[in-house]
Design a binder for this molecule. Structure first.
Ligand code: NAP
Ligand code: ZN
Length: 344
């Protein structure tokens, strides 16, 4: 039995728990987890925002640790390697999306790291635990220059922002806005800046302006100020919305240029209201994007190492998860909580 932290219902606190991991199959890797990031998706899931889940739930899909054992058929990693696991731990491997390296869009559905069911029919449990067993194809190598605590949030916040920035060609000459500067948002700023784009942050207030500029933004505006929307109308080629709550999307769409795209990665439970006349007269697009494939996740890790970028984190102990959840709900996070698993 292995130590974990679990929650038993939408309004419950975290408690100590014990879980089992499967025996290693040929291609499996046993990872001793060192750090696990707290993603807002952990909160949405634990709170039942996206529908019913089976409790007890052990969240955590920003996992960084060390390989401690490998199955006999494993070729990609060896004991002692520094590795990571993100939001998915398996997929069919055979559909056209999996073959294209877009396992997150597996036509049969990828196996999420927690709150899913694996190919053995067992419920998956996430990274708020001391160990995890994952098939080697879903394990990422962490570059030596990135410390494990800072590597953890890259496995979700990093790839979820890197992928749309990459897909929609953020780069020199492009004006990119990032809405919400929390876990995902602050990584979007750092990555878009490293890609060479001109980055603007749209946050609720100006409280984090200094940080945003230090992360690489050239401007920073408060969305609570009506004038922001008048001033920035028709400005951006690409907007990445990372906000976990429902926003007035039409106000944000009005900030796009001709042919501009607003990509929603934030995943509030409520449907959004979109007026088509926010899109039609300017040939604008509204899109969604989910994490990224395994190959692209490795690319993102290597890109972050090469450009010397990493998340800004606050390391907490396993006893502080409830408090951290409260602070995430209050947008009081700078900029990702990471659980030190040795405190478990
Ligand atoms: P987070 O750290 O809580 O950041 C969200 C930010 O949104 C906050 O820091 C705040 O930024 C802003 N915000 C929060 N409530 C708001 C409100 N009522 N009105 C306006 N702005 C508000 O969350 P996260 O971990 O970055 O995740 C963000 C969202 O992305 C969640 O919904 C999560 O489930 C989703 N997500 C999606 C994917 C995917 O694959 N698409 C992957 C991971 C996460 P300011 O203080 O700067 O305003
Ligand atoms: Zn996440």
């Amino acid at each position: 039995m292995l130590k974990a932290r679990a929650v038993d219902g939408p309004d419950q606190s975290f408690r100590e728990a014990e879980i089992e991991r499967r025996e290693l199959d040929k291609k499996d890797i046993l990872i001793e987890i060192k750090f696990a990031g707290i993603c807002h998706s952990d909160l949405h899931t634990a709170h039942g925002d996206w529908g019913e889940v089976d409790y007890p739930l052990v969240p955590g899909h920003e996992i960084a640790g060390i390989v401690t054992d490998v199955g006999e058929g494993v070729t990609k990693y060896k004991v002692g390697d520094r590795v990571g696991v993100g939001c998915m731990v398996d997929s069919c491997g055979e559909c056209e999306n999996c073959k294209a390296g877009e396992e997150q869009y597996c036509l049969k559905g990828n196996v999420p790291t927690y709150a899913g069911v694996d190919k053995y029919g067992e419920p998956t449990q996430g990274g708020y635990s001391t160990h995890i067993v994952v098939v080697e194809d879903f394990v990422l190598g962490i570059p030596d220059s990135i410390p494990l605590d800072k590597a953890a949030p890259l496995l979700c916040a990093g790839i979820t922002t890197f992928s749309p920035l990459n897909h929609w060609d953020a780069g020199p000459g492009k004006k990119v806005a990032v809405v919400g500067m929390g876990g995902l948002g602050h990584m979007a700023v750092k990555i878009a800046h490293a890609m060479g784009a001109d980055v603007t942050v749209l946050s609720q207030t100006l409280n984090k302006k200094e940080d945003g500029l230090a992360f690489g933004a050239s401007s920073y505006y408060a969305t609570s100020d009506e004038e922001t929307f008048e001033k920035l109308a028709g400005t951006f080629d690409l907007i990445i919305n990372t906000v976990s709550a429902k926003l007035d999307m039409n106000a944000y769409l009005s900030l796009l240029t001709l042919n501009g795209t607003l990509v929603n990665v934030g995943a509030p439970a409520e449907p959004l209201d979109i007026n088509l006349f926010s899109l039609i007269p300017h040939r604008r697009s509204f899109a969604g994007s989910m994490i990224g494939g395994i190959r692209e996740t490795q690319e993102m890790l290597d890109f972050c190492a090469e450009h010397d970028i990493a998340p800004s984190i606050e390391v907490i102990s396993a006893d502080e998860i409830d408090e951290a959840y409260k602070r995430v709900m209050d947008s009081d996070v700078k900029y990702r909580f990471v659980i030190d698993i040795s405190t478990m």
